[in-house]
Design a protein. Structure first.
Length: 69
């Protein structure tokens, strides 16, 4: 997920995430009541996945067009 998706999750949950860290503990999430927001987090995650798929398709098209020139 991109920083904007993490920012949206932080906004929804009130939990700040250290995006520079590679460590995100399940305990921290559970202690902060993250399960109360599972539907909203799932929606944000689905949007992030769809955006990533769209970006991949655009990149393939761009590479193909660049190759054909």
């Amino acid at each position: 997920m991109k920083p904007r998706h993490w920012a949206k999750i932080a906004e929804v949950t009130g939990v700040e995430f250290d995006q520079e860290s590679n460590v995100l503990s399940l305990k921290k999430l559970l202690d902060n009541g993250i399960m109360e927001f599972k539907d909203q987090i799932n929606e944000i995650s689905e949007i992030a996945s769809k955006e990533q798929s769209f970006e991949r398709v655009n990149l393939r098209i761009f590479k193909r067009e660049s190759f054909l020139k």
